[in-house]
Design a binder for this molecule. Structure first.
Ligand SMILES: NCCCC[C@H](NC(=O)[C@@H](N)CC(=O)O)C(=O)O
Length: 455
């Protein structure tokens, strides 16, 4: 997931460079960014859930990592000089002319990569649930997300520098994308190593299940999808998820350029400010996962996270253009990092509390599916709003980001409403969202078990 998240954002700090170098307008960049989710939205994620439940973590993980590598190679070819002037490039550039041929092929590669990336996301959630059942699951999920955030931090630092690495006078988007493609190969190999370990765990679990006379794993049934869709709680969680994440990941794509435009700084300086967003989240998410495991307050954390996000986006929309200082931008970025720890740390471990264990794999894939609809539409919408709010502006350093940022803030307000609704329902129906995952006697059991394992 570390290398996957690096690949997702490798182009984010290079928006102005790709505009100058390959002629991608903000609209084209928005379509390219949204492409990551298109196939998932058109049903691939549901299929991925079925594949995961039918074929298991090892097969699905290997397949998803291979898809990511294949998609990355296509995207690398699309932005490289090799592709320029080919018959395919000329043909792709001959229709829908506002979207250059390189952007179209890169978007196609990103689409394939996106299928692998999201499939890997649900596979990893299921693998963590399997490996940490009855233990510190929220902490484990928090650590997994933290590692992924470190990848985003790293890529915002590395990408602009790699772009200038070969020729500082003539920077190029190719070296950073090539670097991340190579990392994805390493990721595929790492997952293959994990499959060996997972096989061993299965052997141990099989022996344990036989000893306890437990029945086999739950099976995915198509009727489960209808059950999940019929659940009001599922929809509240899914809406909260799609609204919150649509104001985070698409923002991440535009953040560096937004900072450049407001502060008049170069891409490297903007990335250096923005990279504290994922690193703040990386530090805090596991800590909050640990807190959630032991103290609870999941619904309150979701509300607090949405509130902080509204404050930050409103600051970028209304305050930063009037008081363009780096410390103000930096403070808002750090605050957004705290918000981005609170919500994911509470959201993903809450799903097992409100969904039947039998539905869990499918529930995750369906929440991802709803979320992907937002994640595919919002980068496009933001690109369109940005272009419409800046008629006649051709310099990528001169965009006014007020309207796109207000749009992000309004998503936060809606997420807050769903968070409040969830907390009210939880208080009435006692789903246990505010309760800890590990009770004192469970904790004692874990220590006892760990003690036995070490013995
Ligand atoms: N085990 C993974 C939990 C989800 C983490 C979450 N990622 C997502 O929601 C992805 N579907 C989004 C994406 O891939 O763009 C996160 O907080 O990163």
């Amino acid at each position: 997931m570390l290398f996957a998240y690096m690949f997702v954002d490798v182009m984010s700090p290079l928006q102005s460079l790709i505009e100058t170098q390959r002629g991608w307008s903000p609209d084209a960049f928005g379509y390219y960014a949204g492409a990551e989710y298109i196939l998932n939205v058109f049903g691939f994620l549901i299929l991925a859930g079925i594949i995961l439940d039918k074929m298991g973590v090892r097969f699905t993980g290997t397949l998803s990592a291979s898809l990511m590598v294949a998609g990355a190679c296509i995207k690398l070819y699309a932005i490289s000089n090799l592709f320029q002037g080919t018959a395919l490039e000329l043909w792709l550039s001959s229709w829908w002319t506002s979207m250059p041929g390189s952007a179209k092929l890169a978007a196609f590669g990103f689409m394939i990569f996106g299928c692998g990336c999201e499939m890997a996301g649900i596979t990893v959630s299921k693998a963590i649930a399997k490996w940490f059942e009855g233990k510190e699951m929220a902490l484990a999920m928090g650590l997994e997300m933290a590692i992924a955030r470190i990848g985003v931090f790293a890529i915002f630092s590395i990408s602009p520098r790699l772009a200038e690495w070969i020729s500082p006078q003539d920077p190029s988007v190719v070296p950073p994308v090539a670097f991340c493609t190579a990392l994805l190969f390493i990721g595929l190999i790492s997952f293959m190593v994990f499959t060996v370990m997972d096989k061993k765990l299965d052997a141990q679990l099989g022996a344990k299940a036989l000893a306890n006379d437990e029945t086999a794993e739950e099976e995915f049934k198509l009727s489960d999808v209808a059950n999940i869709f019929g659940s009001r709680l599922f929809w509240i969680i899914a809406m909260l998820c799609v609204l919150y994440y649509s104001a985070i990941f698409p923002f991440q794509r535009y953040a560096a350029n937004m900072l450049q435009c407001n502060l008049g700084i170069d891409a490297t300086t903007a990335s250096d400010i923005f990279r504290w967003f994922p690193i703040g989240a990386a530090v805090l998410t596991p800590a909050l996962g640990y807190f959630l495991d032991r103290k609870g307050k999941g619904a309150t954390m979701l509300i607090l996270g949405a509130l902080l996000m509204i404050v930050c986006h409103l600051t970028f929309a209304l305050v930063l253009p009037k008081y363009p200082t780096e410390w103000l931008a930096f403070s808002a970025i750090v605050l957004l990092g705290i918000s981005f720890s609170l919500v994911p740390a509470a959201l993903w471990p809450s799903v097992p509390k409100i969904m039947d264990k039998r539905f869990l794999g499918s529930a995750y894939s369906l929440i991802f599916w709803v979320q992907n609809i937002g994640l595919s539409l919002f980068p496009i919408l933001i690109g369109v709003v940005l272009t419409a709010s800046n008629p006649g502006v051709t310099d990528p350093m001169k965009y006014d980001y007020t309207n796109p940022m207000l749009l992000f803030a309004s998503l936060g307000v809606l997420a807050l409403i769903f968070g409040l609704w969830l907390k009210t329902l939880d208080a009435k129906k006692h789903y246990g969202l505010e309760l800890p995952n590990i009770s004192d006697d469970k904790e004692e059991k874990i220590f006892e078990e760990e003690g036995r394992t070490q013995e």
